[in-house]
Design a protein around this ligand. Sequence first.
Ligand SMILES: Cc1cc2nc3c(=O)[nH]c(=O)nc-3n(C[C@H](O)[C@H](O)[C@H](O)COP(=O)(O)O)c2cc1C
Length: 164
Amino acid sequence: METFDAIQKRASVREYKTDPVDKALLEKLVDAARRAPTARAVEPWEFVVVENRATLKKIGEIAQSGSFIKDAACCIAVFCSDTKYYLEDGSAATENILLAARDSGLGACWVAGDKKPYTGEISKLLGAKPDLKLVSLISLGWPKKDVKQLKNRKLDEVIHWERF
Ligand SMILES: Cc1cc2nc3c(=O)[nH]c(=O)nc-3n(C[C@H](O)[C@H](O)[C@H](O)COP(=O)(O)O)c2cc1C
């Protein structure tokens, strides 16, 4: 799939088949993440790849807006050290994973980390050092249904040439 294809066809996927995802593919996703732009070239990120069913179930229980994580093949937790631009850096890395997942035929959903009351509990569960910020939880698995992107706002509504 070409980059533009992956961008145009990416959509949040919250229902997955039970089939596992190859470790090599999960490594490729994290490799895509670490290649994201990063302010001041700090590369503050750390990625925890969770496949253990009991841990996935616990994450789904703790992170209520991501309850479907319990049935995902995997969840990648994106952490960043507490730098000035940790949220931008962690978000750029998260988007790289979403696009690389779509490119590989995997379904994925960005589940909120930063700003949620459950970040501390997830960090503790995954053994993260206290100075690490949880930016996102990414659920992953082979999609149960066709993946279709639905966007409300059209290009001509959001584009402004030179000025508003
Ligand atoms: C910062 C952020 C946090 C999000 N958190 C959640 C979440 O907790 N649970 C969830 O199901 N989706 C979450 N999403 C996914 C959005 O709901 C989704 O991107 C939006 O509905 C647009 O749909 P699309 O991804 O299919 O284009 C989040 C997305 C972003 C960017």
